[in-house]
Design a protein around this ligand. Structure first.
Ligand SMILES: [Fe+2]
Length: 194
């Protein structure tokens, strides 16, 4: 029973923290969302530049504070990010434009298995749990709004082909680093890294 109370308390705390992050970020988020939804050619250019770099989306940090962060992502049609966690952060992803597929994963021994899949349209939301591993793909050009508490600067990205785990800093996103100067870590089972 104490575990149940702890779990419920954690959920309440997360909601309060997310609300606090949004309250602090509100004016900036409102402007950024308006700009995103009005949707502009230059934003499509940003997504195209991301495509040319081999990245699934262009990202913009709208707000970052000690409690969390708010991001916007512009996706190109057909883009697919790598399986990743969120560095212990939790939060929500809302589709502002386009149509997306989300795949959820879990480690089973040394293998990363897909355990669920869902389709998301405008206004639909993904709840991101602290240890969740997922990947998203864009069916068409799209925009997503991400709110996390705390930040995702220590997220892990999983290369399921080479079985390598990458630790991504605050300026990176959910894709495999292109630079050969970076070195991935040995394949990490999330149960082993606790
Ligand atoms: Fe994610």
């Amino acid at each position: 029973m104490p575990q149940l109370v702890t779990h419920r308390s954690a959920g309440v705390i997360a909601r309060e923290q997310i609300r606090s992050v949004l309250d602090r970020a509100a004016p900036k988020v409102e402007r950024a969302v308006q700009s995103a939804v009005l949707a502009t050619a230059d934003r499509r250019d940003s997504a195209e530049q991301a495509r040319q770099r081999g990245e699934p989306y262009a990202r913009e940090v709208v707000h970052r504070c000690a409690e969390g962060e708010v991001l916007l992502a512009w996706w190109w049609a057909g883009a697919c990010c790598a399986a990743h966690d969120h560095g212990g952060a939790q939060g929500s992803v809302v589709v502002l434009r386009g149509h997306f597929q989300e795949r959820s994963f879990a480690f089973d021994g040394g293998r990363l298995h897909r355990i669920a899949q869902r389709e998301l349209g405008v206004g639909e939301c993904i709840a991101v749990a602290p240890d969740a591993i997922h990947a998203m793909s864009a069916r068409e050009d799209g925009i997503t709004l991400h709110v996390y508490t705390a930040s995702t600067r220590h997220m892990r990205v999983y290369d399921t082909t080479s079985r390598t785990t990458w630790l991504i800093g605050e300026d990176g996103g959910a894709w495999l680093p292109a630079s050969t100067s970076q070195r991935g870590q040995p394949w990490t089972n999330r149960h082993e890294r606790r």
